[in-house]
Design a protein around this ligand. Structure first.
Ligand code: AHR
Length: 503
């Protein structure tokens, strides 16, 4: 029997809703087909945005959307994506399949999408192949109220009022597809480029994100912080950076292949989940470097790309990164979001890669049809953590499962929060593909709890949804618990993600 102790009185920090963010890139069928079909499409849409996809995403309460990339951001020239669509310049998407990008989805369309989703906007600028002037004019175009060359052009293109750019990324993966730079070189460019990300409305500051490390590249973090963390004199007293990104993907490495999304064995299962749990180590180690330069934790860690990266589905364009999504992906999402919650003092935003039809998506589409993936259901169950207070919790008696050092993991993972109405949200993961686990939840400092909602997502480790069987893996009401004097007892099924809400 595992015991989960919850110390209801001990609050450990605010869970920024943006930890539950998403990423949309001009890659494969993410933007085109997945989110945007154009106004002339037979697929039901509002101003070109798919009605079904927008409605499903609204259910997740998605807090923030990152766009236009990814690698694509560092070859995107925003002026090609404004004005009459027929006149927009076409380009080759060299990173992703060499297909023609017609720029019919640009700045205005992105903000329209954010408005329909009710989410914040995270725009990623081009440092790799773009100029300071381009970034500076883009920010002016998007955010300046009043008269200026860029604001006037925006108005001419049909948008009178400026938009709010909540987050602005200064380049992407500049150690790789964003320019193959050394950390020193990027750090100096960053200082320069970010200077021209002007704040035109002091009530709507733009949160500037410095491009961060690939996985465990701690040297990158060290150098960019050393060169860029310090606060210059007012009026820019908030410093050169408000956030520093980290990217981390999880996959099985099989020579040149990553392994199939759906055909895998238990060895791959343990390997993948072990890799996902490494997120904790990355946060701690990058966080320790950040603590040296920023002990007050003013700079947010922004994990703006994370998730599973498998081989593409057979017969699909290798440059489109289209993959299926099983209970293994659901567990990776559950584990990772629990880790982010537990580190909410430093992790201020995270974006799963990517929102629709690319990598670990929450939605897959085929023509006018759409299905929700197991990962969608995890985000749906976890939505209650957004904006809640992390509560101290402790697991006792967990079992080590898996076969050797690269695969061995503890079978149960958790996080707990309390919302403004005093309702506790407990999310539990059983990483064991075979065995159920009995758990006793002990609510310290709280009288008998009343369960207000209990949902479970479970199945065989390889189960997934298809267009023929869209609800094969879906949330179900969970009843296998028993109320006790100071908490409850339950049986957590093998391979599952559980949501419990207790008053
Ligand atoms: O998400 C796919 C790609 O992965 C992004 O474009 C890039 O930033 C990362 O390497």
């Amino acid at each position: 029997m595992i015991k989960l102790y919850i110390n209801c009185k001990k609050k450990k920090g605010y869970i920024n809703p943006e930890i539950y963010g998403h990423f949309s890139e001009h890659l494969g069928r993410c933007i085109y087909e997945g989110l945007y079909v154009g106004e002339e499409s037979e697929v039901p849409n509002v101003k070109g945005m798919r009605k079904d996809v927008v409605a499903a995403l609204r259910e997740l309460k998605i807090p923030v959307l990152r766009w236009p990339g990814g690698c694509f951001a560092d070859e995107y020239h925003w002026k090609d994506g404004i004005g009459p669509k027929k006149e927009r310049k076409k380009m080759i998407n060299t990173n992703w399949g060499g297909v023609i990008e017609d720029n019919s989805f640009g700045t205005h369309e992105f903000f329209e999408l954010c408005e329909q989703l009710g989410c914040k906007a995270y725009v990623n600028g081009n440092v790799g192949s773009g100029s300071v002037q381009e970034i500076s004019e883009w920010v002016e175009y998007m955010t300046l109220d009043g008269t200026s060359p860029m604001a006037d052009q925006r108005k001419k293109n049909g948008r009178e009022k400026p938009w709010k750019v909540d987050y602005f990324g200064v380049g992407n993966e500049n150690w790789g597809c964003g320019g193959n730079m050394t950390p020193d070189y990027y750090a100096h460019l960053y200082r320069r480029y970010q200077t021209f990300v002007r704040c035109y409305d002091k009530d709507a500051p733009v949160f500037k994100i410095c491009g961060g490390a690939n996985g465990d590249d701690y040297e990158w973090t060290e150098v960019v912080l050393r060169e860029c963390h310090r606060s210059p004199a007012p009026p820019e007293a908030h410093g050169f950076m408000d956030g520093l990104s980290v990217h981390y993907y999880v996959g099985v490495e099989k020579g040149l292949h990553k392994g199939s999304a759906t055909e895998f064995d238990q060895k791959d299962w343990f390997y993948t989940l072990n890799r996902a749990l490494r997120m904790e180590e990355l946060i701690c180690r990058h966080g320790a470097i950040m603590d040296q330069y920023d002990p007050e934790k003013k700079i947010g860690m922004i994990v703006d790309e994370w998730g599973c990266w498998h081989d593409v589905e057979l017969g699909t364009n290798p440059g489109f990164l289209y993959q299926q999504n099983t209970m293994r992906d659901a567990l990776v999402a559950g584990i990772t979001l629990n880790i982010f919650n537990r580190h909410c003092d430093r992790v201020k935003m995270a974006c799963i890669a990517q929102i629709v039809n690319v990598l670990q998506s929450v939605i897959l589409t085929e023509g006018a049809d759409m299905i929700l993936t197991p990962t969608y259901h995890v985000f749906h169950m976890y939505r209650y953590h957004q904006g809640a207070e992390l509560v101290e919790s402790y697991l006792e008696g967990g079992k080590q499962i898996g076969q050797d050092d690269t695969q061995s993991i503890y079978n149960v993972q958790e996080s707990v929060s309390e919302d403004c109405e005093g309702i506790l949200t407990i999310t539990l993961n059983n990483l064991d593909p075979n065995d159920d686990q009995e758990i006793e939840i002990i609510l310290q400092e709280k009288e008998k709890g009343q369960v207000v909602e209990a949902k479970i997502l479970h199945g065989d480790m390889r189960s997934y949804n298809t267009f023929e069987k869209p609800d094969h893996v879906a949330e179900e009401v969970f009843t296998n618990y028993e109320i006790k004097d100071r908490g409850l007892k339950l049986v957590l099924p093998a391979c599952s993600v559980l949501l419990l809400r207790i008053k």
